[in-house]
Design a protein around this ligand. Structure first.
Ligand SMILES: [Zn+2]
Length: 392
């Protein structure tokens, strides 16, 4: 911590001093207290930036993170950066009503923001609780992942379930992003997931900014093309992954109900949808369950009723065949968006026709494949056709 309470009740911030000698001189023999729990704090010496306060023992109910140098450095740089564009910025702002200490706090117009610079993994329940507490005080939490925690930013990333929680979206129309901050460069990185094949491959586009912007726009680098990579993955899925143990249930279901081996699944399964990030289960798997449950057996020219599709999907979630991602920072919409987008993708490729928002009609029968090569060939035709439609 950089901020403590003095005996006279005033606050002292170590960032107000530039050198270590100054700090030592001005604070000699003084006692300091935690603004939250009022316990005595120790002044810890290190490098200039790393002079900080710490509790004697690690227990303080307002802080859950033992502070590493990286966290201290990040918090200080974040504070400087935000202060630069908004003078209503405070460091380690204590909120008595919820007993929380925001790393940095700012107000802009009527909006209050609490910045959490997170460098260690915290449990999902803790993440949600802290988010809800801020929101209950009408403060918008801005969760920032320490850049070190994310590692190198590359066109293809593997996000952990912890990192996915940072996905945030501030207007229903803007794309969601994960925000990270690097204390070494004082640069904000906005990471926009563009498509995930599975839990280990997510394509991203990025934007960087020297200042924090709530809704950045038109500054992203173009998304690298994932099409060939995905087609290759789909091919591997047919040849190899469909035989793996985790696909056991899907394989059994596919063979028993559809009378086809899973490797020959219709090319209509595994289409990109904008809300892909809502679902943790890999795209081919969740779409396979959906297609097999709700579309495969529908006779040609018969209707597909969206509430029934959703109901079937919910049953798969309940039985743990499909896992939804909990995204506490995304308020609008739900995983059902991904379902409807998938049905619309099937409309785009001519498999379905949309009659009303809740009624679709099957207008094309899926091609039966006699070989894996045929399946792969069809995967390419379908994906290229869909992407051509999306782009035009
Ligand atoms: Zn305390």
């Amino acid at each position: 911590m950089f901020v403590a309470k003095r005996k006279d009740g005033s606050f002292i911030s170590l960032l107000d001093w530039k050198t270590r000698e100054d700090v030592e001189h001005l604070t000699k023999g003084e006692q300091f207290f935690c603004p939250a729990c009022h316990r005595t704090l120790q002044l810890k010496h290190g490098q200039v930036r790393k002079v900080h306060f710490a509790h004697m023992n690690d227990s303080c109910n307002a802080s859950s993170e033992s502070e590493t140098n990286y966290h201290l450095e990040g918090k200080a740089k974040l504070y400087e950066s935000l202060l630069h564009s908004n003078d209503k910025t405070t460091l380690e702002h204590y909120i008595p009503s919820t007993n929380q200490r925001a790393d940095v706090y700012t107000e802009s117009g009527n909006q209050k923001y609490a910045f959490e610079f997170q460098c260690s993994t915290i449990p999902k329940s803790e993440f949600s609780k802290r988010t809800q507490l801020y929101e209950s005080s009408r403060i918008k939490p801005i969760w920032i992942l320490g850049k070190e925690k994310l590692g190198n930013i590359q066109p293809q990333m593997k996000f952990s379930p912890f990192q996915w929680q940072f996905l945030q979206r501030h207007t229903p129309r803007s794309p969601p992003y994960i925000l990270t901050f690097c204390p070494k460069t004082s640069i904000f990185h906005y990471i926009y997931p563009t498509f995930s094949f599975n839990t280990s491959t997510t394509y991203i586009s990025t934007a960087t900014s020297k200042v924090w912007i709530e809704n950045p726009n038109n500054m992203t680098t173009p998304t690298p093309s994932w099409k060939e990579h995905f087609l290759h993955y789909k091919k591997k899925w047919r040849y190899v992954y469909s035989l793996y143990k985790p696909q056991h249930l899907l394989r059994k279901f596919c063979y028993a109900k559809m009378n086809i081996p899973l490797s020959l699944f219709p090319a209509e399964i595994g289409l990109p949808v904008p809300s892909f990030y809502r679902i943790h289960t890999p795209v081919i798997e969740w779409q396979a369950w959906l297609y097999f449950d709700s579309i495969f057996h529908t006779p040609l020219h018969s209707i597909i009723h969206v509430p029934t599709v959703i109901q079937n999907f919910k049953r798969r979630i309940k039985n743990s065949q499909i896992t939804i991602r909990e995204l506490p920072l995304i308020k609008a919409g739900s995983y059902e968006d991904a379902i409807v987008e998938y049905l619309n993708a099937l409309v785009s490729i001519g498999a379905l026709k949309r009659e009303t928002p809740i009624v679709y009609r099957k207008i094309k029968k899926e091609l039966p494949f006699s070989s894996l090569e045929e399946g792969c060939k069809q995967d390419r035709i379908v994906l290229e056709y869909l992407m051509h439609i999306i782009q035009s």
